[in-house]
Design a protein around this ligand. Sequence first.
Ligand code: CP
Length: 309
Amino acid sequence: MLKMKHLLGLRDATATEIQEILDTALLMKVVITSNNKKTPHLQGRSIMTIFYENSTRTRLSFELACKYMSGTASNMSASTSSVAKGESLIDTARTIDVMGTDVMILRHPMSGAPHLMAKHVKSAVINAGDGTNEHPTQALLDMFTMREKLGDIKGLRVAIVGDVRHSRVARSNVFGLSKMGASVVVAGPPTLLPPEMDALGCDVTDRVDEAVKDADVVMGLRIQLERQKKGLFPSIREYHKFFGLTPERVALARKGALVMHPGPVNRGVEIASEVADSPESTIDEQVTNGVAIRMALLFMLTRHRPEAE
Ligand code: CP
């Protein structure tokens, strides 16, 4: 039984907890691939997606996951809420909490924002991406996809390539995959590799070809132009040539290796279109599996919550 009250990151999650979430998502995937996408798992429960940054996949998949399980899903977007009038994160969170919300799902540009929120509310809090810190539900759906396609995660060699420095997806995957027994190497231009990364339990290199060679999984990361100061790489064309997932580079991986990307994709920048659309690409399945993972989490985090007072 999942002991955690919130899902704030995978840094402190155990392998057993990750395994349990992936196993539950397997049952949920049966629902979303059927013609009867309705279960009673969230009947009487209410969730709120609270997004201070843009999103397509994460926000919509949480909302669909809730609706598929008969819960009530609402959204608060920072730009159209009283945040624009200067309301603080904590006051906003308390306001939503006392509306009877069971789960708050927060995306915020500040690392640690969900941890702060969790200290001030009775609801369960799920981190939907905080600054450059973590994006745990993305890493869970990535691990689910690897397990579905390749079997056991233990023993896999996973190369994570691109803008590692700004990537919360990379950090959550390094935490999760290491706990599940995979070996992880992160690779990219030296200016986009944070100095502390090797202390997190992965190999770090600026030689992308070496990282990709014989990998079981090659995961491209989006160039996060919105988080970058200028001048971290010379040009988009050179970035693609030297660090992008081109057909030639991906051919260095093990035969049948998966090509993954969390989306949204910058085609022709971190990944060539023909690679993104290749039979080895799991980009679409990752999105589908995101709904299954989020159904599992909403169910598991509300299962033992007391009724609203
Ligand atoms: N992968 C991901 O988090 O996508 P969105 O920004 O569309 O939610």
